[in-house]
Design a protein around this ligand. Sequence first.
Ligand code: IP8
Length: 245
Amino acid sequence: MLILKIGGAVITDKSVGAVNKAKFEEIERIAEDIAENVSDKLILIHGVGSFGHPHVVKYKLHEVKNVDGVAVTHLSCVSLNMIVCGYIHQYGLNPVPIHPLSSFKMVDGKLVFDADLIEGLLDEGFVPVIHGDMVYNPNEKKFEILSGDRIVVELAKVFKPKRVGFATDVEGVIINGKVLNELDRSDIENILKNIGTAKDKSDVTGGMLGKIKSILEIETDVYIFHAKDLDKFLKGEKVGTLIRG
Ligand code: IP8
């Protein structure tokens, strides 16, 4: 099984001021790439880019509970998910949209979801398509921001995929202008101090820094690569930066 995350910056315009702007051509290209090259069970997770982050900022969902803001943000994330699923279906696969706000919950810092259901859907030949979203914490009666990266980590712990891929808008992990071929887990702490953050884009869930921190929790091989190399990742080739499991 493969777990693939498509970054929000790949499928939406995340520049400052952009709201709900999908990159339709890129989504279509990715759907075609997946349909042509996937030969294993696949769980697809996508970021929400300008369909999520600007709403979180507008409604201050980091700081305050605002059910209306949660609804606006969620519906917007769902609309992007529908676009992604639509193209995936158009290219011959059977996507099943999974929306975290209505099917996952956060309990004591742990993401709770129905792994049997996802497993069953995979066995039936579906491609589960899950997205960054708001998620409810019923014990604390609050809503939390759930990034696609976090979903990848939690699913990888349960499903133990062969490979995990993060398709992004950069070639991999870039240090001092160079793309790292491999990133050693023991070097990650040091690297975290030197890595650049993308200041020109609006992101409430941590960008590349957040991604690398969360990858430390994944025990399998992880690849961070440019979305143009998606076909190679799906064929099992080495792409971008590899963090060995
Ligand atoms: O785009 C963020 O998910 P991401 C989720 O995967 C929200 O970081 C609601 C902004």
